[in-house]
Ligand binder design. Structure first.
Ligand SMILES: CCCCCCCC(=O)CC(=O)SCCNC(=O)CCNC(=O)[C@H](O)C(C)(C)COP(=O)(O)OP(=O)(O)OC[C@H]1O[C@@H](n2cnc3c(N)ncnc32)[C@H](O)[C@@H]1OP(=O)(O)O
Ligand SMILES: NC(=O)C1=CN([C@@H]2O[C@H](COP(=O)(O)OP(=O)(O)OC[C@H]3O[C@@H](n4cnc5c(N)ncnc54)[C@H](O)[C@@H]3O)[C@@H](O)[C@H]2O)C=CC1
Length: 310
């Protein structure tokens, strides 16, 4: 069992940093969107969580409830009644919806966390640009796409930026705030303040591939897969090496399974297309094979390792 000390912030309204953002619409209720909705609601903001799938919304509400209880257990360990109130109040601030356009009409901030596909993201933002109030800031949680490219379809380019969270959102303390080439200083400042208000430590990133974390993490994971593919070490030994030798909470192959091998491949393919001469971004036959076999990691029960299906 890995050990990981979670630092619990006090999100009560008196101590939380105030933000100009009161109403947040989070689009995409999967792994990331549900976490973003949770931390926003914990911080006292009104949240509308949108997904095209009612099933995804039901699953999101369930996992948010479970994860809020984990947070409450630590934050209010001597006062379970207050803990229960915190969970209920936070859940009470989250509405769910399937109509993104309607849900954006009262938003101060829209955070998009839908599939990592530029066409789908373009279609969404184009539609929202026509209906959201003029002051509304648009942000994407993209892992690997360019913020400028995503923003190219909207008129409000000055009010568009990147807010890149990390998985699992309630636990990981970093937020990458990405300035596109046309993101205004006012938008950037509001995004930084909002990030702090939801308990994150914010860093400023330019719109470069992978921003900071993924520019380092993707080649690292890919090199670990190549090392394993060459038979230089077993999967278990590679992971033990990085946990015990470098102090990482998860080894690179465990982390690849945790993020999803399809996501790993999607990022690599996109960058390889953009930078065909970059050796680090070249396709990896073993990764291709696992994805073709549907072995996508934790979510499908098998990747580099086998997992019990929940
Ligand atoms: C090639 C392409 C690759 C790039 C892909 C791009 C993806 C991106 O764009 C960017 C990313 O997100 S990259 C991924 C970043 N995340 C990581 O690196 C996670 C590394 N792992 C960990 O930190 C811990 O193993 C972890 C925290 C996950 C779990 O820790 P443990 O193994 O110790 O497990 P637990 O004991 O269950 O949990 C530890 C404490 O955390 C609490 N917790 C866990 N999940 C939670 C959640 N969802 N909500 C609230 N609390 C949660 C848990 O309660 C426990 O707390 P304590 O009881 O106080 O210790
Ligand atoms: N998985 C990870 O570790 C991380 C992912 N990201 C990024 O966050 C975004 C979301 O990733 P995940 O949450 O992992 O994906 P996911 O697959 O868990 O969730 C995506 C959700 O979006 C919904 N959706 C798809 N199209 C939609 C639309 N047009 N309108 C409303 N909902 C729609 C889907 O039904 C699904 O529930 C991607 O851009 C990804 O690159 C960023 C950081 C970490």
């Amino acid at each position: 069992m890995m050990q990981f000390k979670v630092i619990v912030r006090n999100f009560s309204s008196s101590s939380a940093m105030q933000s100009a953002i009161k109403n947040v619409t989070v689009i995409g209720g999967g792994l990331m969107g549900s976490g973003i909705a949770q931390v926003s609601a914990q911080a006292g903001q009104n949240v509308t969580l949108v997904d095209v799938s009612n099933d995804a919304l039901a699953k999101a509400k369930k996992s948010i409830g479970t994860n809020l209880s984990r947070v409450a257990k630590k934050m209010y360990k001597d006062n379970p009644q207050e803990g229960e109130k915190f969970v209920n109040d936070s859940l009470g601030r989250i509405n769910t919806a399937t109509d993104a356009a309607e849900a954006s009409k009262s938003a101060d901030l829209v955070v998009e966390a839908i599939v990592e596909n530029i066409g789908v993201k373009h279609k969404l933002f184009k539609q929202l640009d026509g209906v959201a109030p003029s002051h509304t800031i648009f942000a994407s949680n993209t892992s690997s796409l360019s913020i400028n490219e995503i923003a190219s379809v909207v008129k409000r380019k000055d009010k568009f930026g990147g807010l890149h969270f990390f998985n699992p959102v309630p636990v990981m303390r970093l937020l990458e705030v990405v300035k596109g080439s046309e993101t205004s200083e006012a938008t950037y400042k509001t995004m930084m303040e909002w990030g702090k208000s939801v308990g994150k430590t914010c860093i400023t990133c330019k719109d470069t591939p992978g921003f900071v974390v993924n520019r380092l993490l993707v080649p690292y994971i890919c090199e670990a897969i190549r090392l394993y593919e060459r038979g230089d070490a077993s999967a278990r030994d590679i992971d033990i090496a990085m946990k015990l030798g470098a102090g990482y909470p998860m080894g690179p192959l465990e982390l690849a399974d945790y993020v999803g091998l399809d996501t790993n491949k999607f990022i690599l393919d996109g960058w390889h297309k953009k930078f065909p001469d970059q050796q680090l971004f070249k396709p990896i036959p073993l990764l291709e094979k696992l994805v073709a076999e549907g072995k996508l990691g934790v979510k499908t029960g098998e990747g580099f390792y086998k997992y019990e299906k929940k």
